[in-house]
Ligand binder design. Structure first.
Ligand code: SAH
Ligand code: SF4
Length: 395
């Protein structure tokens, strides 16, 4: 009998069955538990009335269902909702819910900070603190579901599910926290838990080539690759991991991934940086690069943060870049920035928890917002300090 308290939020079907066996329980007990925890959002073992009383007492002594504490919970005028979760030792991570007419998407984090250190990313600039455990990744979905009323029997009877899609586009590089990401994926896809479709769960990576292959073999889901540059010289600067896994290897990994992927394309994310990667010539070279990879493009207007030294490409430039890709037959979307009024783009609030001195700055900025950038992807934008990582509209 194990002595430490195990957080059941982080156990997939096999892990839970193994624990139940250790406790002398039959495999179907694991399935029952999974449904209580993930579908009904129950954390109190005493409320799980169809489990034998002595099994409930074992659970009470040896296990828990616990999510990180909520530090902040903000709802934007457009319905976007963002939670800031306390993962201990001064670290916080963000989870963002984006409701749309035909789906609800949750954007989740996999690490506190990130070691890849992309030039344009405020999470990267915060440095790497630690990997999240599987239970901390799943807790984001568990918590959001509960907050959105998913455990409510009436809502479930109507077949309503607030969260239909999950994107790993919050803080951190999921493929540098592979084991926990894999366990979390398995729980998200499990019919006794969230039952999400593989096509509706998207892992976004800066290009950890060997782990793209592992994911293909272990648990293929939709894949988004953060490209950001059409050649190695520029990508080495923007995404330092490129020095280890250059573009030719990354494109080959994408092709291998597609052999088993649930969707027949890779989504390439491309942050639009004024004067850096946004010219017609960059677009042409990009088309040559991805010639052999069935793909869609998601152009992300850069979200500035203090001292980034970078600017967002003008709206007209982004449209023109998108048009060139579209003309070549590639489905291309421009990501809308949502939830600007609550800094819903990831990385922002968590950075401020680390550095409380910035809270004053933030209040000052909130008082003086403005800057329209154009058509429907334009929103009221703060002069500084926001990151853009909402999920692709095309997914
Ligand atoms: N580490 C993974 C997933 C998290 S980042 C990855 O890099 O893919 C999710 C997306 O947000 C990535 O495409 C990333 O490049 C983008 N991003 C990061 N900082 C940004 C910023 N300041 N403005 C716009 N997009 C940004
Ligand atoms: Fe890490 Fe992704 Fe940010 Fe790069 S863009 S530093 S990989 S979180």
């Amino acid at each position: 009998m194990m002595s430490e308290i195990v957080n059941l939020l982080g156990l997939d079907a096999d892990g839970l069955a193994q624990r139940c066996a250790d406790w002398g329980q039959k495999p179907f007990r694991a399935r029952q538990l999974m449904r209580w925890i993930h579908q009904r959002g129950e954390h109190d073992f005493h409320a799980m009335t169809d489990l034998a009383r002595d099994f409930r007492e074992v659970l009470e002594r040896s296990a828990c269902v616990a999510a990180p504490a909520v530090i902040a919970d903000n709802v934007s005028a457009d319905g976007t909702r963002k939670w800031l979760l306390d993962v201990g030792a001064g670290n916080a991570v963000e989870t963002v819910y984006i409701p749309e007419a035909d789906r609800g998407t949750l954007c989740i984090s996999t690490q506190a900070g990130c070691a890849v250190n992309c030039l344009f990313c405020s999470t990267g600039k915060q440095g790497f603190s630690r990997n999240l455990a599987a239970h901390e990744i799943v807790a984001q979905l568990w918590h959001a579901n509960r907050a959105l009323g998913a455990g409510d029997p009436a809502q479930r009877a109507r077949g309503e599910r607030p969260i239909t899609n999950v994107v790993f586009m919050g803080m951190g590089e999921p493929l540098q926290n592979y084991a926990a990401t894999l366990t979390a994926l398995r729980i998200m896809l499990d019919d006794n838990a969230y039952g999400l479709s593989r096509r509706r769960v998207t892992v976004s990576t800066s290009g950890v080539v060997p782990m793209i292959d592992r994911l293909r073999d272990d648990c293929p889901v939709a894949l988004a690759v953060s490209l950001h540059a059409p050649d190695d010289a520029l990508r080495d600067e923007l995404v330092p991991l490129n020095r280890k896994f250059p573009l030719a290897e990354l494109m080959a990994a994408c092709r291998r991934y597609l052999e088993r992927a649930p969707r027949d394309f890779i989504t390439f994310e491309y942050v639009m940086l004024d004067g850096v990667n946004d010219s017609d010539r960059h677009a042409e070279r990009l088309l040559a690069l991805v010639r052999d990879v069935p793909c869609k493009f998601n152009l992300i207007p850069f979200n500035p943060f203090p001292n980034s030294g970078l600017r967002r490409s003008p709206a007209e430039r982004i449209r023109r870049f998108a048009q060139r890709l579209t003309d070549a037959g590639i489905v291309t979307t421009i990501r809308r920035t949502r939830g600007d009024d609550i800094d819903a783009a990831c990385g922002q609030l968590a950075g401020e928890v680390q550095d409380r001195t910035r809270l004053g700055e933030r209040a000052a900025r909130a008082a003086g917002r403005s800057v329209p950038v154009g058509d429907r992807e334009a929103r009221t934008t703060r002069a500084a300090g926001k990151r853009g990582r909402q999920p692709a509209e095309a997914q």
